[in-house]
Design a protein around this ligand. Structure first.
Ligand SMILES: Cc1ncc(COP(=O)(O)O)c(C=O)c1O
Length: 444
């Protein structure tokens, strides 16, 4: 291989992640080896690094559905569905997703990342405007970089800023799209959806909500951020979600009204020019969706666990940043070294929670990002937090008062209620410009 390419790659890697990878890198770890090492040491292996929100990763019903699909249809589908034809399970999955979310129809693609990139790049044209939360996922930012529309980021969850941008820029554009996430994957805070809906209606914009981390997580039955706030799905033009998080599979989808989905089904590049979802992947996701629908107590358990984890973290004076107490709780450290050492300490006890120190979050906000699952037990969570609490105290890396950290407050409406609620919102202001913050928000 040409040596200059290897040198370039090494330099770029160092620039991206620096010294973190030089020894005992926490990244791309072999979970099977870590699990085996914990078992050999007589430890229970516990992961806070996977999105198994409702605890179905090892559910036999899902494995059995995937197995049946492989036997019946094979491993792949052999072509783009547009021209290669689709299989029965494709439409069954899409109809089930649409019905669950209260939309007319849905379109599923092979990856959540590609779904966002393709959709955001495709949906609007040169005379149009896209307003994105500055801490949006990398896939949204990459899609935004590829659109011909004007893209302006608004500061994270700062809806006064969004309003100001709509007031200033909306009149100069033919169409406008507001893009936000239900639950933000690096900070664990939610969007103030009632206010976003009111704003996009007032300024005649469309709304795209990425529910990657809120699907199966927010709302009494896991129908996402709109259920959490009691907002009818007709107020949301596009719901995006992934099959890889709560549903434990792989793929992305967009749910919307029938005409929109029909249009996308014939034109969305990530769908038209890419292969259809493989049979076991689609069947596994459909089986997981059926479990989610049939067993809402899993969502209740997740809510309990997440709240419990956040409260106990705060009781130990750990810095939890913007966490709202739903499935994702970041534990911030003041230095990258402390985050790395905290990760290594946990790992020595069989607990896996890799540090997020540079990629995906601003450099000065290193953290362990904890994904909470309905399957976690209270003893597992307490053991983890006891270790971290003692570690942080010994390093002097605690916050003075429990609960001092900014927190997003919510009043959850019962399902079916429609009145928007006014809420005090904290915004993350770390001195970065919206564009810089957006560039830093290449969240996993
Ligand atoms: C907000 C958000 N959107 C989209 C994606 C991409 O989804 P997938 O991992 O299923 O490709 C992610 C992945 O973590 C995400 O956090």
């Amino acid at each position: 291989m040409n040596r200059s390419l290897s040198d370039y790659a090494a330099r770029r890697l160092h620039f991206a992640i620096g010294s973190v990878i030089s020894a005992n890198s926490p990244y791309n770890a072999s979970i099977d080896d870590l699990r085996a090492a914990a078992s050999a040491a007589g430890q229970e292996f516990v992961s806070f690094a996977n999105y198994d929100y409702i605890g179905i990763a090892e559910d036999d019903r899902i494995a059995a559905a995937a197995e049946r699909a492989v036997r019946e249809y094979g491993v792949g589908v052999g072509a783009s569905r547009l021209v290669g034809g689709e299989r029965r399970f494709h439409r069954e999955l899409e109809r089930a997703l649409a019905a669950f979310l209260g939309h007319d129809d849905a379109l599923a693609l092979v990856g959540g990342y590609g779904t966002n990139v393709s959709f955001i790049a495709h949906i609007l044209g040169a005379n149009d405007l896209i307003l994105v939360d500055a801490l949006s996922h990398s896939s949204i930012m990459v899609g935004a970089a590829a659109t011909r529309a004007t893209v302006i980021p608004f500061e994270h969850n700062d809806l006064d800023h969004l309003e100001q941008l709509l007031r200033d820029h909306r009149p100069r554009h033919k169409r406008a799209l507001v893009v936000c996430e239900g639950l933000y994957s690096m900070d664990g805070d939610c969007v103030d959806l009632p206010r976003v809906v009111a704003l996009k209606d007032r300024f005649d914009a469309w709304l795209y909500v990425d529910e990657a981390h809120s699907f199966g997580v927010l709302g009494k039955t896991g129908r996402g951020v709109r259920e959490h706030f009691g907002i009818d799905s007709r107020h949301i033009e596009f719901t995006m979600g992934t099959l890889s998080k709560t549903l434990g599979s792989c793929g992305g989808f967009i749910a919307s009204n029938a005409k929109v989905i029909d249009w996308l089904r014939h034109t969305l590049p990530g769908y038209v020019y890419s292969v259809g979802i493989p049979p076991p992947v689609a069947a596994g996701a459909a089986a997981a969706l059926a479990v989610l629908e049939a067993e809402p107590e899993r969502v209740a358990r997740l809510h309990h666990n997440a709240r419990f984890f956040l409260d106990e973290a705060r009781r130990r004076h750990l810095e939890t940043g913007l966490a709202a107490g739903f499935a994702i709780v970041p534990l911030h450290f003041s230095t990258r070294q402390n985050a790395l050492d905290a990760y290594r300490l946990l790992l020595s006890h069989g607990i896996y929670a890799p540090p997020i120190v540079q990629l995906a979050v601003p450099k000065d906000k290193p953290r362990l990002r904890m994904f909470i699952s309905a399957a976690h037990t209270e003893p597992q969570m307490l053991r983890t937090l006891d270790l971290l609490g003692e570690f942080a105290a010994a390093r002097g890396d605690t916050v003075a008062e429990a609960g001092l950290a900014p927190m997003t407050q919510f009043r959850v409406l019962e399902q079916g209620a429609t009145a928007p609620v006014a809420m005090p919102f904290s915004t993350q202001r770390d001195g970065a410009s919206p564009a810089a913050a957006g560039a830093a928000a290449a969240a996993f």
